[in-house]
Write a protein that binds this ligand. Structure first.
Ligand SMILES: NC(=O)c1ccc[n+]([C@@H]2O[C@H](COP(=O)([O-])OP(=O)(O)OC[C@H]3O[C@@H](n4cnc5c(N)ncnc54)[C@H](O)[C@@H]3O)[C@@H](O)[C@H]2O)c1
Length: 421
């Protein structure tokens, strides 16, 4: 396989699909991106990136190396390898929504041919690859493991992480048969340093959900602790720093205003959905979700008390939200707790505005959040600044200097006029 030319088609050109393409193209693989969104396809073909970790000049380089994006499914006719990287969100009732995986699988089915390797990368519950996806692909008359190879490989991409990217983060791969695993592993070895093989697709699917459930549960643990530590007068941030000096058996997690992003608030629900089908709940996930969802309300209550001690009512107070994205130093706003907070403060009749150098527009329930341009003036004019995301460009000393009072949900500030979560 290593000596053969490969035509790779990546379906879904988002936060996962685009970085995979970048690595594959740079290692010499001929690659085409397939996406239903014409604006994304047109943007990429004109050299514009919509993903944090891929710059416009990266896209220009990919185009110069033969990459192109398309919405024409017939590109699959010549594909040797297909990676499915489409969204797996939750429906309104917080149950898994596999609409995009189903649609993408049907698209592949229509062009499936002998010898093709199909890998699902979208995060989902165990059994999706060898159940839903295989079922659709085999409607073609071809048999997985005999006529084509089928595997699952979870994406572990961490947007904004400058140390670990796709190449140096081990890639988990599980095939429908042992031969499918080998084929998929050999493919990823073309551009990933270490490939980790699981016994099958379900083990690979679960590995991803285990990683994200572990994070979700541990974040909920410290969030719950933050609430009672405040009551007990204990500085949890100090305790976490102390505990983190243990060189084994402890990983530090930090409290915050809630969980955000496309993974942590969503993926564990895929697992609890599956566990519920067995007739009992996945208690850890349900508890973690309950605690996480409580955090924005808790932050509002704390800010209200902080203002109250200064003789200011939340009703009518000017609240400035600093950092609106779900992680520092990225522009991704998906599931960010800043949105819940903006809505909650607005419902409490506060006058809310935001400041975030990574964000040019921020939708809230009533339309668009007012975004400040001049941070210093906004800090001077507000009644309270709430640090929601500590972007590295923020000068925390300046924030403390110009704001009358700050509520720091990230535990980063140690100034006299700052109260921490
Ligand atoms: N964003 C992350 O950091 C991250 C990390 C690990 C895993 N994941 C998982 O990877 C998957 C993709 O996530 P993402 O963040 O890249 O999503 P995204 O929304 O950024 O991109 C998905 C793309 O798929 C396209 N699409 C949707 N349906 C399609 C179809 N039927 N055919 C072709 N294109 C289609 C959309 O237009 C969009 O451009 C999800 O399952 C997610 O849980 C995401």
């Amino acid at each position: 396989m290593k000596d053969q030319p490969v035509h790779l088609v990546v379906i879904g050109l988002g936060y996962v699909g685009l970085p995979v393409i970048a690595h594959a193209v740079r290692s010499g693989i001929h690659c085409t991106g397939l996406d239903t969104s014409h604006s994304i396809v047109n943007g990429l073909n004109s050299g514009r990136s919509h993903v944090d970790d891929i710059s416009d000049s990266d896209v220009a380089e990919l185009l110069s190396r033969g990459f192109s994006a398309t919405s024409e499914t017939s590109v699959l006719q010549t594909a040797d390898v297909v990676l499915i990287c489409v969204p797996t969100p939750l429906r309104k009732d917080r149950e898994p929504d596999l609409t995009a995986v189903t649609a993408a699988s049907k698209t592949v089915r229509d062009f499936l041919h002998q010898g093709m390797l199909v890998v699902l990368e979208s995060t989902t519950y165990p059994g999706t690859t060898d159940g839903l996806v295989r079922g659709i692909l085999e409607e073609s008359g071809l048999i997985a493991g005999d006529d084509f190879n089928l595997a699952f490989s979870p994406e572990r991409i961490d947007p904004g992480n400058a140390t670990y990217g796709l190449k140096n983060t081990p890639k988990v791969v599980g095939g429908y048969t042992a031969q499918c695993t080998d084929r998929a592993a050999h493919f990823y070895e073309l551009f990933v340093d270490t490939v980790v093989r699981t016994r099958g697709t379900r083990e690979a699917e679960l590995a991803k959900l285990l990683e994200n459930t572990y994070r979700h549960v541990n974040i909920a643990l410290v969030n719950e602790m933050a609430i009672f530590c405040h009551e007990l007068g204990i500085d949890l941030w100090d305790s976490i720093d102390a505990a983190a000096t243990k060189p084994f058996g402890f990983s530090a997690f930090y409290p915050g205003p809630g969980v955000g992003g496309h993974c942590i608030p969503i993926d564990p629900n895929y697992l609890s959905h599956q566990v519920r089908s067995l007739g009992y709940p996945f208690k850890f996930v349900e508890l973690a979700e309950e605690i996480s969802q409580r955090m924005p309300n808790y932050v509002v209550q704390r800010v209200e008390k902080l203002l109250g001690r200064r003789g200011v009512q939340l009703d009518g107070a000017k609240v400035l939200l600093l950092g609106l994205t779900y992680k520092p130093d990225i522009s991704d706003q998906r599931e960010t707790p800043a949105r819940d907070l903006a809505n909650l403060f607005t419902s409490a009749h506060a006058v809310v505005s935001g400041f975030d150098p990574n964000v040019s527009e921020f939708t809230v329930d009533h339309g668009l959040l007012r975004l400040e341009i001049d941070l210093q003036s906004a800090l001077k004019a507000c009644d309270v600044a709430v640090l929601l995301q500590a972007h590295s460009v923020f000068d925390l000393d300046e924030i403390a200097k110009f704001a009358p009072v700050v509520f720091d949900t990230r535990g980063r500030m140690r100034h006299d006029n700052v109260e921490r979560l």
